[in-house]
Design a protein around this ligand. Structure first.
Ligand code: NAD
Length: 304
């Protein structure tokens, strides 16, 4: 039998979650701070919960999707809710940090409920589609028991691990890579336009260059995973070769008076690494710098 669900939060994402659940035939209760936001969902078949507590009581699975954890805490962490939560599954889909997920898991489990922390790798219009990815961590039991319901929100759903912060950590790690690319695109456009290149030209060549960039990206991950930091026959470009090309970016920014805040941060990392490592090292030799805040000590072998 299908679980009864209560969705707390009917913003853009919460409403989309409710619609996907209704599409799959789940009895879905919804509560929102401004009740009127639930009206369009009620016309689709959602049941409006008169209060958070009533919604929790009516459901087996409570999905929370509000602005942030502070808003979520204000809803959930109230005296008298302990008995309402006992035996339920709480699926937190509000964006938060690994620490917030760990704290929430402790609180929810102390109140007798199972806890799953989720990260949504999609915008609301993608909820319910076969390719849409959502990441979960926390109770494996909740994940396995409610798999059909979780997959109703996205066919690319996956379980990351039992530590509650892991879904949020993976989400942040993936977004970090995205921001690196987006900031890089902003800098690249400034350089191109400063030299009278049209952005359509930049875009076209960006697309052609992408397979090379993707290969370098996966190479740095694989080499870091294998701790193969010393340059070898498989090195695509040594640290020295990278730095030599990179200095042209600094020069281009300086000459045209472009904002060089991002390149300057990269330059500092290159120079610190090169002062302690070797021009022949692989680009992946920069990885330890990001873990410890400083590159490896001189004398430490590059493949340590
Ligand atoms: P939204 O602004 O459309 O909705 C926010 C919701 O939070 C509303 O229902 C609002 O009533 C509620 N809320 C805010 N403060 C509250 C409070 N103090 N008490 C009770 N309810 C409160 O935002 P959204 O786009 O639906 O995002 C919701 C969550 O989903 C966020 O954590 C967001 O990071 C996450 N998310 C959104 C997207 C996206 O593309 N929109 C993608 C991934 C994750």
């Amino acid at each position: 039998m299908k679980s009864n669900v209560c969705v707390l939060g009917a913003g853009r994402m919460g409403s989309s979650i409710v619609r996907a659940l209704l599409d799959r035939g789940y009895t879905t209760w919804v509560w929102n701070r401004t009740a009127a936001k639930c009206d369009p969902l009620a016309t689709l078949g959602a049941k409006i919960a008169p209060s958070v507590e009533a919604g929790i009581q009516a459901a087996d699975v409570v999905i929370i999707n509000v602005l942030d954890y502070a808003a979520s805490d204000a809803l959930l962490k109230r005296d008298g809710f302990a008995s309402a939560l006992a035996g339920k599954a709480v699926v937190q889909l509000t964006s938060g940090s690994p620490r917030l997920a760990r704290e929430e898991a402790r609180w929810v489990e102390a109140h007798g409920a199972g806890y799953l922390d989720g990260a949504i790798l999609a915008t609301p219009d993608f909820i319910g589609k076969p390719e849409t990815a959502l990441l979960y961590s926390g109770s494996r039991d909740v994940y396995e028991t409610h798999k059909p319901l979780l997959f109703a929100l996205g066919g690319g759903t996956s379980y990351v691990g039992e530590l509650p912060g892991q879904a949020s950590a993976l989400d942040t790690a993936l977004l970090t890579q995205m921001w690196g690319g987006l900031f890089g695109a902003l800098q690249g456009m400034a350089v191109a336009e400063a030299e009278d290149l049209h952005l359509e030209t930049f875009r076209r060549h960006l697309s052609a260059f992408k397979p090379v960039v993707d290969a370098a990206l996966f190479d740095v991950v694989d080499r870091t995973n294998a701790r193969r930091f010393a340059g070898d026959d498989a090195t695509l470009a040594s640290l020295g070769a990278h730095y030599s090309a990179f200095r042209h970016l600094l020069e281009a920014c300086e000459e045209r008076g472009l904002n060089a805040a991002v390149p300057r941060a990269m330059d500092m990392i290159f120079r610190q690494a090169l002062s302690r490592g070797s021009m022949e090292d692989d680009f992946a030799s920069l990885a330890p710098w990001f873990r410890n805040g400083s590159p490896r000590q001189s004398g430490e072998p590059a493949n340590a």
